[in-house]
Design a protein around this ligand. Structure first.
Ligand code: ADP
Length: 258
């Protein structure tokens, strides 16, 4: 069960890193990683020195999302993050073979997460974006407790089920005293590429209404759009692939809201 605030271990600042923001979701498949990557690139486009740490050690997606096949260098016992599109990145996926499922026990995960945040040579960063593992279990709590998080953003689709899970996520962060910066609604409206008509496939406004009810800020909505999926699959996220698109603008707007 989630520990109370007096059980929270002190997590010392990581030298050189000004702000660490977690991107979390109640469950998998809502677009958390896609959002984390585009958000990191949007923050960088606003002029911030940005890092991105893929803490989803069960299903690391950064190698695919950023088309990275290199292995990170090790210098003086420190892992050098891989730079792509102007951001520094680290993922367990850089160290594993693809299609090699991770079957780890809790303590190994704790060690891995701590090493990825503290033993990587991030240098000077204005902001480190942390792509959290989906869900609200041990790995997420550990991360929230071991890494000095300034705050968390929760990615949710407008669907009720996802919202119920997002609520759990909010509670988890509250339990460990990490402020929630707000909720992002992903896969919001769908604009038909043929006729231009908007359809609310997963409903609409759910995340915004939920945020209001929970008293947390609503950071913005990202539409469900083929270009977002295609650019992700190609390893050039939409913020980089098409910076003039309305999607890139939506990510930048959220970055400004954080
Ligand atoms: P999660 O990290 O929550 O498991 P992903 O970021 O891997 O989810 O996204 C799941 C799938 O949905 C991916 O194929 C991704 O390209 C796609 N996707 C995410 N957000 C959007 C969006 N706004 N529009 C279209 N496709 C999206």
């Amino acid at each position: 069960e989630a520990p109370g605030r007096d059980m929270r271990p002190m997590s010392a600042a990581i030298p050189g890193i000004k702000t660490i923001i977690a991107v979390a979701s109640g469950k998998g498949g809502v677009g958390k990683s896609t959002t984390a990557v585009n958000l990191a690139l949007a923050l960088r486009s606003l002029g911030l020195k940005t890092g991105l740490l893929d803490a989803d050690i069960y299903g690391p997606s950064l190698p695919r999302l950023l088309n990275i096949t290199d292995r990170p260098e090790i210098r003086d016992d420190r892992v050098i993050p891989i730079e792509k599109y102007g951001i520094k990145t680290m993922s367990m996926g850089f160290l594993m073979e693809e299609d090699n499922p991770v079957i780890w026990r809790g303590p190994m995960i704790v060690t891995a997460l701590m090493q990825m945040s503290r033993e990587v040579d991030w240098g000077e960063l204005d902001v480190l974006v942390l792509d959290m593992p989906p869900g609200t279990g041990d790995a997420q709590l550990t991360m929230a407790q071991q890494v000095p998080l300034q705050g968390a953003v929760i990615v949710s689709t407008p669907q009720d089920l996802a919202l119920i899970d997002a609520r759990k996520g909010l509670k988890m962060f509250k339990n460990v005293d990490v402020p929630i910066f707000g909720i992002i609604e992903n896969m919001s409206v769908f604009i038909c590429p043929h006729c231009g008509k908007p359809s609310n496939i997963f409903g609409h406004g759910g995340a915004e209404a939920d945020a209001r009810k929970l008293g947390v800020p609503f950071l913005g909505a990202i539409p469900l759009h083929m270009e977002i999926r295609e650019t992700s699959d190609e390893g050039t996220p939409v913020v980089v692939a098409n910076p003039d698109s309305p999607h890139a603008a939506a990510y930048r707007k959220i970055a400004l809201n954080i």
